[in-house]
Ligand binder design. Structure first.
Ligand code: ADP
Ligand code: MG
Length: 429
């Protein structure tokens, strides 16, 4: 398996060139694989926090490379860095770092706000995390009303908010009594073993290394020794970061044509699908116009057409025009998100909603509509997968879904994918 994090010859200075200069990291080299639980261990001031800042992209090395998922951090675009920081990692601090003026649940929901998730969903998801950690009773209180151990569990809940594959914990038990420290270590172990998260923990207390698979000993900014312990096997590797990209690229014309052709001619022969694919590509490239597309759809297969009935040809030509139009809108929308990941997308989502329901004979209640718009928003931002999107549409209203019939939810989810173009056949029942 390829490393999730690599450091190659990393050097880092504070106050470089000043009399106060500190050479905080010296030629750091390491590889961390997805699902590992590792620790940086060493005395105060040896550079443990600094190495976390480097890994999280807060600080850039003077020399050397930081490689995430095979890609050099230095080559990350602004948006890729934002994706990495918001979805790739969750950070747990020694002093908890909760915002005192807002309730605990709001602290946990906050990282989701940066992804544009609506307040209702944020609260719901945050509450699920509180429940998982067994601290639901703390959700509606303020951080200052809690003990240190309780605050740290809220801090952990916050680190989990966006379900990152990597957890960075900087002396997470440093301010806790041994009972609470044990609870926190148990949680880290659970996230590693059960959720397959990669855990990177900084500590200067030897006993807290009990569950760690590899220990990087540090002294004066250098990794002096690496010790491998026999780690327990993680159950499943959560590599969501590999596909979870907040701002995915739009699909190529070829991919789009293929997705669309397969969808439109489901049940037809491969030959017919291939031919439609060819004409769609031409239409997307604007080499043929709408009218010509309609005619070749209608033309017999033997005469190099697709051989559809006239009415069906017309319907499909219309549908394709809709896809082209929406795709253009989506491009504009992505540009907006690229500039500002927090940009609210009310109008755009509303547009897509109307387009998705075009031709449907039923109407949705305001509640269903709101839920569906939230799901569209999350799908556009790639917070949820196509399957999740479809499940939300399908799920009963009293369980937080839109409550559509399965056939309808599939049709709508597929339609959305024709412009997003990210899933191919995985929606097919
Ligand atoms: P650790 O987390 O292991 O205690 P740090 O990474 O915080 O160590 O610090 C490494 C070295 O860098 C120490 O000598 C520390 O004094 C110095 N240092 C840390 N942060 C700063 C800073 N913001 N400015 C200048 N020096 C710093
Ligand atoms: Mg430190």
């Amino acid at each position: 398996m390829k490393p999730i994090i690599e450091l190659k010859g990393v050097d880092f200075y504070y106050d470089k060139g000043k009399p106060s200069e500190v050479h905080a990291l010296r030629d750091a080299n390491l590889e961390i694989k997805p699902g590992e639980y590792i620790s940086f261990f060493g005395p105060s001031g040896c550079g443990k926090s600094t190495i976390l800042y480097i890994i999280s992209g807060v600080e850039q090395p003077e020399k050397g490379k930081v490689i995430v998922n095979g890609q050099d951090l230095i080559d990350f675009s602004f948006k890729e860095l934002a994706v990495y920081r918001q979805l790739g990692i969750g950070i747990i601090f020694q002093n908890f770092n909760l915002i005192p003026s807002i309730k605990n649940i709001e602290n946990v929901a906050l990282p989701m706000a940066f992804l544009g998730i609506s307040p209702n969903i944020r609260k719901k998801k945050a509450m699920e995390i509180f429940e998982r950690l067994g601290i639901a009773d703390l959700a509606n209180r303020y951080p200052y009303e809690l003990s240190g151990g309780q605050q740290q569990r809220v801090g952990i809940a916050r680190a989990l908010a966006n379900d990152p594959p990597i957890i960075l914990a900087d002396e997470p038990i440093g301010n806790l009594d041994s009972d609470n420290a044990t609870k926190v270590l148990n949680l880290l172990k659970e996230f590693n073993l059960k959720d397959g998260k990669t855990i990177i923990m900084v500590t200067h207390e030897a006993w807290s290394l009990r569950d760690v698979g590899r220990i990087f000993y540090m002294r004066d900014g250098a990794i002096t020794k690496v010790e491998t312990r026999k780690p327990e096997k993680v159950k499943k590797i959560n590599s969501s970061y590999y596909y979870k990209k907040l701002f995915p690229e739009l699909p190529t014309i070829e991919t789009r044509s293929k997705t669309l052709a397969t969808l439109i001619l489901r049940g037809y022969s491969q030959q017919e699908i291939k031919r439609l694919e060819y004409f769609l590509t031409q239409r997307f490239k604007n080499q043929i116009d709408k009218d010509l597309l309609r005619r070749v759809l209608d033309r017999p297969f033997k005469e190099n057409g697709v051989g559809l009935w006239k009415q069906k040809a017309e319907k499909i030509a219309e549908y394709v025009e809709g896809v082209i139009k929406e795709e253009k809108e989506l491009e504009i929308l992505y540009k907006k998100l690229e500039k500002n990941p927090e940009e609210p997308l009310y109008e755009e989502v509303q547009r897509i909603y109307s387009w998705l329901l075009e031709g449907c004979s039923f109407t949705l209640t305001p509640f269903q509509k709101e839920r569906m718009n939230e799901a569209i928003n999350e799908r556009i931002r790639n917070i949820i997968t196509a399957e999740n999107f479809q499940k939300i549409l399908d799920l009963a209203k009293d369980r937080g879904g839109v409550g559509l019939r399965i056939k309808t939810s599939l049709k709508i989810a597929e339609k959305l994918e024709t412009i997003l173009g990210r899933s191919k056949s995985n929606l097919v029942i």
